[in-house]
Design a protein around this ligand. Structure first.
Ligand SMILES: Cc1cc2nc3c(=O)[nH]c(=O)nc-3n(C[C@H](O)[C@H](O)[C@H](O)COP(=O)(O)OP(=O)(O)OC[C@H]3O[C@@H](n4cnc5c(N)ncnc54)[C@H](O)[C@@H]3O)c2cc1C
Length: 420
């Protein structure tokens, strides 16, 4: 292992007002990221292979239970704390941070987020018993959870009910359907599947009946299929998943029936959980440029380029964009809560759009500024350029859909139409 000068924090703890827990966990993630994850990233990218070794290290460091409530043995970190820590991982390997997000959501959404929603006592008791089982698996057995939502239609954008169905049967459900882009496919122990619960075969599918079920990967009828050879985020191994008459027993619910739909409208920041990986990529593009222009990049002759005024202006522009991105993002993730104001939701859309678009913009500015040698495959920048391109494609808050929602919210108040 190479000895490194420790990288400075992305969010200087005192300046950004981080809690001691946020400061310590971010330092831990940065240390593992810099000393272990960074040097493995090129191999996972080249082979489009899942970052198994990184997951082992994150488990050993206690990071897999970051959002498991303290009462169940986890760190009990909220969305902001998780996001700041995950951004430090994303700085060194986008695929590791993005897949870790899928896992962490199974804990954050069933944990702090669900605790914020009103629930009757019976539902609460059942939910607490169910989630205790999921959390023990993660903390004691090292179980990894995936989060397959996407189906290739309008469901992942929240427009229609999921086509994957869970038919109520004795003792549980029978699940049928297909998910595409299932990160961690073939590598997760459980698939946290979003599907539509049906009470009978002729029941009408409704978004309100969305069910979030943890399906063991080795259950009969679960198959991983298709190739995975994408432009970027190659280590996510986001292959297709088929569910053919898969029996899932009662207790597999990650949220009580109907609560995913409630959460999506009452706790909208839940969809910002995809941004930390890309916030880290934005920082990585900037870090690369500074190191390169100072002639300090490993694997490259130590030629300094920092004395040219054009380079100084270019890196200044990158710094401005990075500061803008970090600021709106930090503010928005700090505002994550149940029933945010309209203004806070609009800022969340703006922050999501900004991170997802600016990460790739910063990467392309980095390539232009550093020059031809910087985009050779032996350096991290060309991977950052490809990985960061994926951010604005992630449903339900793609860059386009953020603009779409934001534009409407800017011009219409709730209930307003153009009919009168
Ligand atoms: C690296 C990577 C990892 C991923 N991992 C996961 C994962 O683990 N789990 C998971 O569930 N998904 C995952 N996804 C999938 C992702 O969230 C999207 O579902 C996927 O990129 C959508 O691709 P599509 O071509 O089917 O999009 P389409 O649904 O065809 O949409 C294409 C574009 O049209 C726009 N659009 C879509 N719907 C509307 C609408 N109603 N109105 C206006 N515009 C619209 C959007 O901007 C969208 O980008 C991953 C994607 C990537 C790139």
């Amino acid at each position: 292992m190479t000895a490194h000068q420790p990288d400075p924090p992305m969010f200087e703890p005192d300046a950004w007002g981080l809690s001691d827990q946020e400061r310590n966990l971010a330092a831990l993630a940065r240390d593992i990221g810099q000393s272990k994850i960074a040097e493995r990233a090129a191999g996972y990218d080249r082979d489009a292979a899942f970052p198994v070794e990184n997951y082992r290290d994150m488990f050993d460091a206690g990071l897999m239970g970051i959002c498991i409530p303290e009462a169940y043995g986890g760190h009990g970190v909220d969305l902001r704390g998780y996001a700041v820590v995950a951004a430090e991982i994303g700085r060194y390997c986008g695929s590791t941070a993005l897949t870790w997000n899928m896992h962490v959501c199974s804990c954050l959404w069933s944990g702090a987020l669900t605790d914020d929603l009103e629930m009757d006592d019976a539902d609460r008791r059942r939910h607490e018993a169910n989630r205790a089982v999921h959390y023990r698996r993660i903390l004691d057995e090292g179980a990894i959870y995936a989060q397959p939502f996407s189906e290739g239609g309008a469901a992942a954008a929240g427009m229609v009910a999921f086509g994957t169905t869970a038919l109520r049967v004795d003792g549980g459900w029978r699940v049928n359907g297909k998910k595409i882009f299932a990160s961690l496919a073939g590598n997760a122990d459980f698939y946290g599947v979003l599907c539509t619960e049906l009470q009978s075969a002729d029941d009408r599918a409704s978004r309100g009946n969305t069910l979030y079920l943890a399906i063991p990967a080795d259950t009969d009828g679960v198959t991983v299929e298709g190739d995975w050879d994408p432009l970027g985020m190659r280590g996510t191994v986001s292959r297709n998943l088929l569910f053919d008459d898969v029996f899932v027993a009662n207790g597999a619910e990650l949220m009580p029936p109907g609560f995913y739909f409630k959460a999506a409208s009452q706790w909208p920041h839940m969809f910002m959980t995809l941004t930390p990986a890309y916030m880290g990529q934005a920082q990585a593009a900037y870090d690369f440029t500074v190191k390169y222009l100072r002639g300090e990049m490993e694997g490259v002759p130590p030629v300094k380029r920092r004395m040219y005024p054009t380079k100084q202006i270019a890196v200044a522009q990158m710094r401005v964009m990075l500061e803008q991105t970090k600021s709106v993002w930090f503010q928005a993730i700090s505002e994550a809560r149940a029933n945010p104001s309209k203004d806070q939701v609009m800022r969340a859309y703006a922050a999501q759009y900004t991170v997802m678009e600016n990460a790739n913009e910063l990467a392309q500015l980095a390539v232009r500024t550093c020059g031809g040698q910087s985009m050779l495959k032996n350096l991290a920048l060309e991977r950052i350029y490809r990985d960061s391109r994926c951010g604005s494609l992630m449903l339900p808050w793609t860059a386009e859909l953020c603009l779409d929602k934001l534009g409407r919210d800017c011009l219409y108040e709730p209930g307003e139409t153009d009919e009168d």
